[in-house]
Design a protein around this ligand. Structure first.
Ligand code: ASP
Length: 358
């Protein structure tokens, strides 16, 4: 895509996938729009000269069909992963412009598909379209370019409102507020301080192998992983219909508190049968902060007894993406289990503040 001599610093690759950041008004509300090259240039040209000069060089790749990310699928994100895998050597880093609705899903699945990254990958979007008065788009774009061009970190980050979050720890938290996202169980990887992109290295993911081990899906379409959120009085026969469906390959159970479920033999029987049939099950907490530890209470111990894997403090996006990803690798059950329970890209496990020198 680009050719450079040994002495020329590599540019960034900016990938425009869609989302509000590139949308335009229509009679039915905002719709995805193209011609991003000219619109990006025009927006960046409005920056004060010093900030314009500080922008890193970039090459734009525009999707021929930008989408509202509420329609995004795993196939769309696998195509993004394949593009980055193919162009990994040619660019210094990557910025993906994407809708915010499923941005945390995009970031999570990219992290699992692009293990061993040696360059930054930054996903971003905005709450209001580029070019609209009071839009947050230009700020998010400028900050994302700055973080993507800052060496010293090598993972999938989500940049929004001057903050860099680990992508597979982030969740869309606000529908309108510029903050957009939170990372409830991991601190910021970096933030803008007086307009300068500052990283907190002790919080970054350290990949001991430090070499690309990209894992694009071995099969498509992506296996169906269902989300089952408990509610008081949940009817086991409803859960049974989902888990027995032949196209369902696994499930993420969003349990109570630290990983508890009702003392209902019918519900436990449904889960036990699915697990015995080889459909991997994961237990998460419905609480955003802290995570699940099934077995803390007797009402959660049954999950351990029937082989449900604890999702610990993973976000639901990361847990679903990880399970989908591992199922798409066609691994033996024990290996799938081992990998699910091991942090692969910093997606699970508590942060220990003592090691943070930031
Ligand atoms: N519906 C939009 C999308 O996800 C919302 C956004 O980008 O903020 O594409």
């Amino acid at each position: 895509m680009v050719t450079t001599s040994d002495t020329t610093p590599l540019p960034l690759l900016v990938i425009y996938a869609g989302g509000t950041i590139g949308m335009q008004a229509s009679s039915r509300g905002l719709i995805p729009a193209g011609d991003m090259a000219a619109r990006l240039e025009a927006a960046l040209a409005t920056l004060p000269p010093l900030r314009r000069r500080a922008l890193p060089a970039y090459v734009l790749w525009e999707s021929p069909e930008p989408i509202d990310s509420s329609s995004a699928t795993f196939a769309d994100w696998s195509a993004l992963a394949a593009l980055i895998a193919a162009q990994h050597e040619a660019y210094a880093g990557f910025v993906i412009l994407h809708g915010t609705d499923t941005l945390a899903w995009c970031a999570s699945t990219l992290a699992f598909q692009l293990q061993g990254l040696t360059k930054p990958v930054v996903v971003t979007g905005s709450q209001r379209p580029l070019g609209q008065p009071d839009s947050d788009a230009l700020d998010n774009l400028e900050a994302s370019l700055a973080f993507a061009a800052t060496p010293g970190w090598r993972e999938v980050g989500l940049c929004f409102h001057g903050r860099l979050l680990r992508g597979c720890r982030a969740r869309k938290w606000y529908t309108r507020d510029d903050t957009g996202f939170e990372s409830p169980n991991w601190p910021l990887l970096g933030e803008l301080v007086d307009g300068v992109a500052v990283l907190y290295p002790a919080r970054a993911w350290r990949d001991d192998d430090g070499a690309p081990r990209f894992e694009l899906p071995a099969r498509e379409p992506a296996p169906q992983v269902v989300r089952v959120t408990l509610w008081p009085g949940i009817d086991a026969t409803l859960v049974e219909r989902w888990l027995e469906a032949p196209q369902v390959a696994g499930a993420v159970l969003e349990c109570w508190g630290s990983g508890n479920l009702p003392d209902d033999p019918a519900l436990i029987g449904v889960l036990a049968r699915a697990a015995a049939e080889g459909k991997p099950l994961v237990a998460l907490s419905q609480c955003p902060i802290g995570g699940a530890a099934p077995g803390t209470y007797a009402s959660g111990q049954i999950l351990n007894d029937i082989g449900v894997m604890s999702g610990d403090d993973m976000t639901v996006e990361a847990a679903c993406c990880k399970l989908t990803h591992l199922l798409a690798q066609d691994l033996p059950q024990e290996e799938l289990r081992r990998r699910f329970l091991t942090p692969l890209v910093g997606e699970r496990g508590a942060f220990t503040p003592q090691v943070d020198s930031a």
